[in-house]
Design a protein. Structure first.
Length: 155
């Protein structure tokens, strides 16, 4: 299921393993031979594929943003994964997915959730550390005469 990742890509998100795993998941979904009637396709399968696409799209869009925005897009990607989990469960209960398809889907979704969670935690830590360092640099010194409460202009 995994392919070699090109490290010389123009777009940064193309270097992310989780992005490629999400594309592989969409491809896997599209290759499943599901017995669908019109209603099952419209209410379960199409929304599942749409949510799976949203994972890839959020990763791609977030990678072009600042860290705090990237974190939000990665959280949105995790939300799309949770949607996939729900649609997978519905597909299994309706007989659209077999036990094997259900298990394979859930396994990949859990793996992507862990990957995104680790990325989010790492980014939040770096944003937090950067904020603390900026606050230390900007922290006023009590001994600074221009910052004391008794400062007054005398003409």
């Amino acid at each position: 299921m995994e392919k070699q990742i090109n490290s010389n890509s123009f777009f940064r998100f193309e270097d992310l393993r989780v992005y490629h795993k999400s594309l592989d998941y969409v491809n896997w979904l599209l290759n499943q031979n599901c017995q669908l009637n019109g209603m099952d396709a419209d209410l379960v399968y199409k929304p599942l594929v749409h949510s799976a696409n949203e994972v890839s799209l959020n990763i791609a869009e977030g990678s072009s943003r600042h860290k705090t925005q990237l974190i939000q897009f990665l959280k949105d990607a995790k939300a799309a994964i949770r949607e996939c989990v729900v649609y997978t469960a519905i597909a299994y209960k309706k007989g659209i997915f077999t036990q094997e398809q259900n298990d394979a889907s859930v396994e990949v979704l859990m793996e992507m959730t862990k990957m995104l969670g680790a990325m989010i935690a790492s980014l939040q830590k770096s944003v937090s550390n950067r904020t603390v360092k900026q606050e230390e640099v900007q922290k006023p010194e009590a001994e600074d005469e221009f910052m004391s409460e008794n400062f007054s202009f005398e003409y």
